[in-house]
Design a protein. Structure first.
Length: 430
């Protein structure tokens, strides 16, 4: 598996200076192991310098923050977001009658920036955007890099590569339609040219568009292989939208790094086995499937199909676990701040809370190819941490309550949280 390329880390790469020790922490390290109480986490220059029992004194030069037994975990990672689809989000304002219409095309960047600020406040320290209207997400990422706003680290694919298909009419400027092997290579190169951190391909149709049947595969084997091999050759990772099994099989056979949705995979244990063996990650996006199944805004056919998809996705969650497939949390929404909804949905669907929390942290980091930088509380990694007033293992819902998100650290810097006020000892380093 490839690791992510450097540009992802260029977005807002400020780091805290000096050493800080969080003491009396109950540390969930992101792997799924039980939390360790009475633990000290020493941060130095934005990275985790040491994790040890409180009985060992922190280094002399470290400022100390006693977190009072609170739960400390890696920052949440939303591995499947569509930040630019703001008009479908819960924060969508409805203009009153007679008001100037909401010109999303001009204002989208502002709404994306607002979402990123909210997401960081909720402990989401990394987001992977898997398809945007035009270049707006790439632009906001650049704005973050140069200090216009603070948000989660952001990995983006630019436009989604899709064969010529109905979806491109539904999501204008979100798809880069490509047909044939040369065009597939070109389309991948175009995303890299635009600043993408990875490339996304529609291997099957999307069941949020009535004319897109998820079967058969939307691409040929040659097209899929051309896109994946060119993207990998250049050192970038590939995410594949996978619904129907024919396209999912092509994607896995071509070596994609992440399978998005993949809800029918329970019917093909061989494919789950292959995905696990090659180190691929499944991003089940259960919340979105639930939304299609339960929301009357969709056509009756899509809702009926959606209910079947929910059943299938739940069966696939269990089967993927059985086959040892890595899972990542992907909310599949413009609401990056509510990403933990997906974590709760995975728990409701039967995933043990510790595994869901691992999916939301180390699993996401693995999906994004940045597990050697974030996603676990391990010496040497960047100090993206969340301190929580409560126990998300007992009640994952605390992750959706702002007053329980006590402190969010990104690169060791306190950036948000209920306690962000001048008494936090190192806030003066900003
Ligand atoms: Zn999606």
């Amino acid at each position: 598996m490839l690791t992510a390329r450097l540009p992802a880390f260029l977005a807002d790469h400020r780091r805290a200076d000096g050493a800080v020790a969080l003491t009396d922490a109950r540390v969930f390290d992101g792997t799924g192991s039980p939390p360790r109480p009475h633990t000290t986490v020493v941060l130095r220059d934005g990275r985790i310098a040491a994790v040890h029992n409180d009985s060992t004194a922190p280094p002399d030069d470290a400022r100390t923050l006693d977190v009072g037994g609170r739960f400390v975990m890696p920052g949440l990672i939303d591995a499947h977001a569509h930040l630019s689809m703001v008009q479908h989000g819960s924060h969508h304002p409805t203009p009153p009658r007679g008001a100037e219409p909401l010109a999303y095309d001009q204002l989208r960047g502002h709404f994306v920036a607002d979402t990123l600020r909210r997401a960081l406040r909720m402990g989401v320290t990394t987001i992977r955007d898997v398809g945007a209207y035009g270049d707006v997400v790439l632009q906001v990422r650049q704005a973050m890099r140069y200090g216009a706003l603070r948000g989660p680290r952001l990995l983006a694919c630019g436009r989604i590569v899709s064969p010529t298909a109905p979806g491109a009419r539904f999501f204008p400027h979100m798809y880069r339609e490509a047909d044939g092997v040369d065009d597939m290579r070109r389309s991948a190169r175009e995303q890299i040219r635009a600043g993408a951190d990875f490339v996304k391909i529609m291997s099957t149709g999307a069941r949020s568009v009535e004319l897109e049947d998820p079967n058969p595969a939307q691409v040929t084997q040659d097209e899929m292989h051309a896109l994946v091999s060119e993207t990998h050759r250049q050192g970038y990772r590939v995410a594949a939208h996978c619904e129907g099994l024919a396209g999912t099989e092509l994607a896995i056979a071509s070596g994609v790094d992440t399978v998005e949705h993949g809800m029918y995979l329970n019917q093909r244990p061989d494919l789950l086995g292959a995905l696990a063996a090659q180190g691929g990650v499944l991003v089940p996006t259960l919340s979105f499937l639930h939304r299609v199944a339960g929301d009357e805004v969709w056509t009756a056919e899509l809702t009926t199909q959606g209910r079947y998809n929910v059943e299938q996705a739940h069966a696939t969650l269990a089967a993927a676990r059985q086959h040892g497939v890595r899972l990542a949390m992907g909310f599949d929404s413009p609401d990056g701040d509510l990403a933990a909804t997906e974590l709760c949905t995975m728990v409701d669907a039967g995933l043990p809370a510790a595994e869901a929390l691992a999916a939301a942290t180390s699993g996401g980091a693995t999906a994004l190819g940045i597990a050697d930088e974030v996603g676990t509380v391990v010496e040497g990694l960047l100090a993206d941490l969340v301190v929580i007033d409560g126990d998300p293992l007992a009640d994952p819902g605390v992750l959706l309550r702002p007053e329980r998100i006590w402190l969010v650290l990104r690169n060791g810097e306190p950036t948000a949280g209920a306690v962000m006020d001048p008494q936090v000892p190192w806030s003066s380093t900003r």
